[in-house]
Design a binder for this molecule. Structure first.
Ligand SMILES: Nc1nc2c(ncn2[C@@H]2O[C@H](COP(=O)(O)OP(=O)(O)OP(=O)(O)O)[C@@H](O)[C@H]2O)c(=O)[nH]1
Ligand SMILES: [Mg+2]
Length: 651
């Protein structure tokens, strides 16, 4: 059975609630105060079954909204999830302020279908009814409710006149409504919270996408609490699952009514992130009293949520009435918003509806990162990037949107889970789009992370460059370690390990780079040491080994070699890195064998005495004071000895 949500809209007292009752038999005014005052204050709900002309069974859920100008915010919490609208205009009053305001809101929210109902037809004569109909036709010209696509149906809820034509108009409009995607990620904006005797906490809302099943765990946004679905009712009847487009009541475990409120949203756990900044396309109504300046604060309404937002215009200082702009909205606290979400803005004071728009990006980068990973040539170029980004996000071309979302992450890439969180698309949909882009050579995917193909190509070049310049700088080493190479690449910007590993593996696979154990090098750089250098290396090592603790001055050793000083210095550095030689002070370098022998001497001495002074040390080792002091300090550092006054304790 197809489920459709129908919202009412229109000026106060024009007969919305009476119409819903005439159709469904249900009085949607459920509050005592509403009954007492005869007006609707908060949202009301009703439902009915209908079959369409072709026999399809339809389940219609009604959201009845208040018309009073003071309760527009309640109206806004109700119209977020509707599929079609009944625009209610009383024949005896025609178009009034909230007729206009509600209709503006419907258009800004992108409602695409509806029926205009002229109520109270019994209260006017045929001539007046005709005049009002003409006025209304004029009012609706060029909009989604333009006749004859959307009919104008005169009715009387009092006498029942016109109800049958309204039902058949409803059935044909409902048949045209596209079914919402129940395979998408579930999202239930909460519009009511209450306790039910014997059940506990109950929340209701219109399930705007996905499916919720009994026993599902859900995350509450923005609080982060986890709740469990104990029971489900759809349109007032027990159900195993609620599907997108259905009025849904959930009996929840894990939260009390105080911990839940209208405006919160339920989703599968750890799927989405709340955000306090969104990039949007914003339209200011032609009827807005004044231009909207950048940095202005407005009331912000989306789905059932309401908050305050600061509007920062991307490409202008102000938006004039009737025009549109790209903007970033800053929220005082994080909220769950996704691309495609519609919103309404109302002037801060006095509170009137001035515009609305659509969220393009709820994972909007911070300003300073707008052109992350690329050379910034100032705000102008980042604005161009941004305009391009926004155009793509607005285009509805999901492949291009995924492409741009991946590309802007540069070498950090975008994981499948992050893509789901940014877009609200199910993982399978992301996988499919990503496979298409990989086939076209635009993206590369390594494990669960996607990268722009151009970034993959660039990092391969950078890897080769880094290894070649390593060979130039350090010609005597066989290669650089993978972690040195990774550090070199990561300097400055984050590089995902998946990208580094894949790029290196592909270079090794194509023999652009050679891997030997943990070392990587350019092919042919394995044994680069020339004979002369190898001989010099051996000479240096031998000179130090032979000298034991009475080491020669480094410059003397170097002077005795055939090669130039700079090369010799490199060889010494190499020997130090290999730990063949050990530097114990700026002046003194020893062969590691000599130092090992010294440790053994100290261990042997300890048998005789656990303490040693400088004089005894000189005697034991045969070195002068110039060597003894640095050597003892070295032994202290190595914790072979411990200094106690003038003595050393051997530990
Ligand atoms: N004669 C006549 N009166 C009607 C008709 N529909 C509604 N009324 C009366 O108009 C008054 C307002 O009707 P409601 O249905 O409460 O109006 P509403 O649009 O829901 O008002 P709010 O929710 O407060 O905006 C009530 O006294 C109704 O009895 C109709 O078709 N004919
Ligand atoms: Mg009402």
């Amino acid at each position: 059975m197809k489920s459709i949500i129908i919202g009412t809209a229109g000026h106060i007292d024009h007969g919305k609630t009476a119409l819903v009752k005439a159709l469904t038999g249900i009085d949607a005014d459920r509050l005592q105060e509403e009954k007492k005052r005869g007006i609707t204050i908060d949202l009301g709900f009703a439902h009915m079954d209908l079959s369409s002309a072709n026999g399809e069974a339809l389940r219609l859920g009604f959201v009845d909204v208040p018309g009073h100008e003071r309760f527009v915010r309640n109206m806004l919490a109700g119209v977020g999830g509707i599929d079609l609208v009944l625009l209610v205009i009383a024949a005896d009053e025609s178009i009034k302020p909230q007729t206009r305001e509600h209709f503006d809101i419907l258009q800004l929210l992108g409602v695409r279908r509806g029926i205009t109902v002229l109520t109270k037809s019994d209260a006017v004569d045929a001539e007046t009814l005709e005049v009002v109909r003409l006025e209304v036709e004029e009012f609706l010209r060029g909009t989604f409710l333009e006749a004859p696509n959307s009919p104008i149906v005169p009715v009387s809820s009092l006498t029942g006149t016109g109800m049958e034509s309204l039902k058949s108009a409803l059935a044909s409009a409902a048949a045209q409504v596209e079914v919402r995607d129940s395979n998408a990620v579930a999202r239930l904006p909460i519009d009511r919270v209450f306790t039910m005797k014997g059940f506990g906490t109950v929340v209701t809302g219109t399930l705007i996408s996905g499916t919720i099943r009994r026993d599902d765990e859900l995350e509450v946004f923005p609080t982060g609490r986890t709740v469990r679905v104990r029971g489900i009712q759809v349109h007032g009847q027990g159900a195993e699952a609620a599907l997108a487009g259905q009025r849904t009541a959930l009996n929840l475990a894990g939260a009390s009514t105080e911990q839940l409120a209208r405006g919160m949203t339920l989703t599968p756990p750890t799927t989405f992130n709340a955000t306090d900044r969104v990039d949007v396309k914003l339209r200011l109504l032609g009827s807005a009293p004044r231009a909207l300046k950048t940095r202005a604060r407005v009331h912000f309404h989306s789905n059932t949520m309401e908050t305050i937002a600061e509007v920062v215009l991307h490409d202008a200082k102000q938006v004039t009435p009737g025009s549109a702009a790209l903007a970033r909205l800053k929220l005082p606290a994080p909220a769950l918003l996704l691309p495609g979400d519609r919103f309404i803005i109302r002037q801060f004071s006095p509170v009137v509806t001035i515009g609305g728009g659509v969220v393009l990006d709820a994972a909007a980068p911070m300003w300073q990162n707008v052109s992350k990973g690329r050379a910034r040539t100032g705000r102008a170029s980042s604005l161009r990037d941004l305009a391009h980004l926004m155009q793509t996000l607005e285009s509805g071309n999901n492949e291009a949107i995924l492409g741009i979302r991946v590309t802007r992450r540069g070498r950090a890439g975008l994981s499948l889970a992050e893509a789901v969180a940014e877009t609200g698309w199910p993982r399978e949909a992301v996988l499919k789009l990503s496979a298409g882009l990989v086939n076209q050579g635009l993206l590369a995917r390594f494990q669960d992370r996607m990268f722009a193909a151009s970034d993959f190509a660039l990092i391969r070049k950078d890897l080769i460059n880094a290894v070649s310049s390593f060979h130039v700088k350090d010609p005597l080493r066989q290669g650089m370690t993978k972690s040195e190479l990774q550090d070199e690449m990561t300097r400055g910007f984050g590089v995902a390990a998946e990208l580094f590993d894949a790029a290196l593996a592909s270079l090794v696979g194509q023999r652009n780079i050679e891997a030997a154990g943990d070392l990587v090098r350019l092919p042919g750089h394995g044994a680069v040491m020339k004979d002369e250098e190898a001989e010099s290396k051996r000479k240096i090592e031998e000179a130090f080994a032979a000298a034991a603790l009475k080491v020669p001055a480094l410059h003397e050793v170097i002077a005795g070699l055939k090669i130039d000083k700079a090369r010799a210095q490199k060889i010494v550095t190499l020997l130090l890195r290999e730990k063949t030689l050990v530097k114990i002070s700026d002046e003194l370098v020893f062969h590691h064998g000599a130092l090992d022998a010294l440790r053994r001497q100290m261990a042997a001495y300890k048998v005789k005495s656990s303490k040693i002074d400088v004089a005894n040390f000189k005697e034991l080792t045969g070195v002068s004071r110039k060597y003894a002091i640095p050597l003892l300090e070295y032994l202290d550092r190595e914790r072979v000895t411990r200094r106690v006054g003038d003595l050393r304790e051997i530990v």
